[in-house]
Design a protein around this ligand. Structure first.
Ligand code: OFO
Length: 164
């Protein structure tokens, strides 16, 4: 069993993960409009992963006899100004999600809720990867400096990402 406080915090995290999916889908539409189809596809895969994250927490709350309560999902940004802004926004967003996961871990530790702490360990590791991925792309975009050929190559590379 989890506490009511933990149930509510996990429900908030479900909402944040679904918002993550929403913002990445919004980025995908922006990128597709700019003709970066590979990057758009990358963001669609990212959105699928975010739904999987939400469902992982959803399943855990249910397993612990809690109630999943869904809330409204905030409207995502839609005008990103440039490809670099898209990935910088994604990186900043992942840092925000990492902070949120760490706060959940703090709550679990404070409540001596070992099961939830162990459950959250997967997310702690996942967030390291999430931030590293976006950070690497931002770094590449800085190297390219908005040059057409480099962007074309990166678009092709990112388009190879497959859902798993
Ligand atoms: Fe769910 O990791 Fe990104 O947001």
């Amino acid at each position: 069993m989890i506490s009511k406080k933990m149930e509510s915090a996990l429900n908030e995290q479900i909402n944040k993960e679904l918002y993550s999916a929403y913002i990445y889908l919004s980025m995908a539409t922006y990128l597709a409009e700019q003709r970066y189809d590979g990057m758009a596809s990358f963001m669609k895969v990212q959105a699928q992963e975010e739904v999987a994250h939400a469902m992982k927490i959803y399943g855990y709350v249910e397993e612990q006899g809690g109630r999943v309560l869904l809330d409204a999902i905030k409207k995502p940004e839609s005008d990103f100004k440039s490809v670099k802004t898209v990935f910088q926004t994604a990186l900043d967003h992942e840092k925000y999600i990492t902070k949120s996961i760490h706060e959940l871990v703090d709550l679990a530790i404070g409540e001596k809720d070992h099961a939830t702490k162990t459950f959250l360990d997967w997310f702690v590791t996942e967030q390291v990867e999430e931030e590293a991925n976006m950070d690497q792309i931002v770094g590449k975009l800085e190297m390219i400096g908005g040059q057409g050929h480099g962007l074309f190559m990166l678009d092709g590379h990112l388009g190879q990402r497959k859902a798993h």
